[in-house]
Ligand binder design. Structure first.
Ligand SMILES: *Cc1c(COP(=O)(O)O)cnc(C)c1O
Length: 372
């Protein structure tokens, strides 16, 4: 064991000592899981049925490598969807695919960062950005979002920008875990002033009032990443996409791993886009239930406005960990945000569920407040 530990120190890249392991939302069989922002309706039943029958019939053959023709078919479906849903015409050539938005963010970071290059990260936000920057040999620079409403302090960001040194800026919109979106004005101000690539992570954009697709098409320095994991209910299949300006597309293809999107995920994503009814049902449910939860939770706690499928709740004077543990003991899982850099120890994030799940959460919450 001792020898092993010594070897580890000798062989591992230095950045690994700074890295923190990703803390996923908890999963316990049988519990009400409101900790990972998954779709409460699950995947579209049509997707599940058709994938099962394609596997059985051999139309979908998992012994074969994924076909590039199916990737093209998916990029066309995505383009058509973006036009129907957001009214924006995205050429298929500007759409790239990856193993979840995580996979896409990983590729982008490896493409853009060199040793000692910097990436700006307004916090609290999705913790993967920091990990990817460190793994690429870069330096994350953190900027605190406004304590009042978690808006992005564009003036401070712009002051930190250094020509030829700051290569990336991560903007999550709507932001995980705070729920607020970047405003069009903030984006204009930032993108105008910056030669770094602004990566807009739109994992929750289907639930939001606006998207930055147009900015990705009209600006050389804006990229939008999207996913099938949240509103489309395909988190287990690991598939996402991005809209890139022309100059990044060829490089992205070179830098991403061959066959990074598996063949089942490709077919499921195509089918999910064809069942837009399921997506619309999901979005409608989330918006309605988000308001239901907000109304009830805000009788006791400060609840922040959200454009996503979750709510950020400040449980102070209670501690987030105590509340999450007590809820878990009652079979309800929510996210303790203490592991998000810059979030402090009194925030919890609650995924919006179906009415019966939300009612269980509210009842458990009442018990917890009485007990803790
Ligand atoms: C869930 C989430 C992702 C991960 O998306 P995948 O496509 O499942 O990798 C990316 N960004 C944010 C902000 C998320 O909350």
């Amino acid at each position: 064991m001792k020898g092993e530990a010594r070897n580890e120190g000798m062989r591992l890249r230095a950045c690994l000592s700074e890295l923190r392991e990703y803390v996923p939302g908890k999963t316990v069989r049988g519990a009400v899981k409101l900790s990972s922002n998954e779709n409460p309706l699950g995947a579209s039943p049509k997707v599940v049925e058709q994938i099962a029958s394609m596997l059985k019939s051999g139309d979908l053959d998992i012994s074969k490598y994924p076909w590039s023709e199916r990737e093209e078919a998916l990029r066309e479906e995505i383009s058509a969807f973006l036009h129907r849903f957001h009214g924006v015409s995205v050429p298929t050539e500007n759409i790239v695919l990856g193993a979840g938005s995580d996979g896409i963010l990983d590729t982008l970071t490896r493409m853009l960062l060199e040793r000692n290059c910097e990436a700006l990260i307004p916090i609290p936000t999705f913790s993967l950005y920091e990990t990817l920057v460190l793994l690429a040999g870069g330096v994350p620079r953190f900027v605190h979002r406004s304590a009042a409403d978690f808006s992005v302090p564009s003036d401070i960001l712009l002051e930190l920008l250094e020509y030829n040194k700051t290569k990336m800026l991560f903007l999550c919109s709507p932001n995980n875990p705070t729920g607020n979106a970047v405003t069009k004005e903030e984006m204009r101000c930032i993108a105008d002033a910056c030669d770094a690539v602004v990566v807009v992570d739109e994992a929750y954009a289907e639930f939001a009032s606006h998207s930055f697709l147009e900015e990705a098409l009209n600006r050389e320095n804006v990229v939008v990443t999207r996913t099938f994991s949240k509103a489309f209910g395909l988190a287990g299949l690991r598939i996402g996409y991005a809209i890139l300006p022309d100059w990044l597309v060829t490089a992205f293809r070179k830098a991403s791993l061959p066959f990074s999107v598996n063949s089942v995920a490709l077919e499921a994503a195509i089918l999910a886009l064809q069942d837009e009814e399921h997506l619309r049902r999901t979005v409608e449910l989330v918006r309605k239930e988000r308001e239901f939860l907000r109304k009830h939770l805000s009788k006791t706690f400060k609840v922040f406005p959200s454009e996503a499928n979750f709510l950020l709740v400040d449980v102070s004077p209670l501690k987030a960990k105590a509340v999450c543990d007590a809820l878990a003991a009652k079979g309800v899982l929510v996210r303790d945000c203490s592991s998000f850099r810059g979030a402090g120890d009194s925030f919890i994030r609650i995924t919006v569920g179906k009415r019966e799940q939300n009612e269980k959460l509210l009842a458990a919450m009442q018990d917890v407040v009485a007990e803790v």
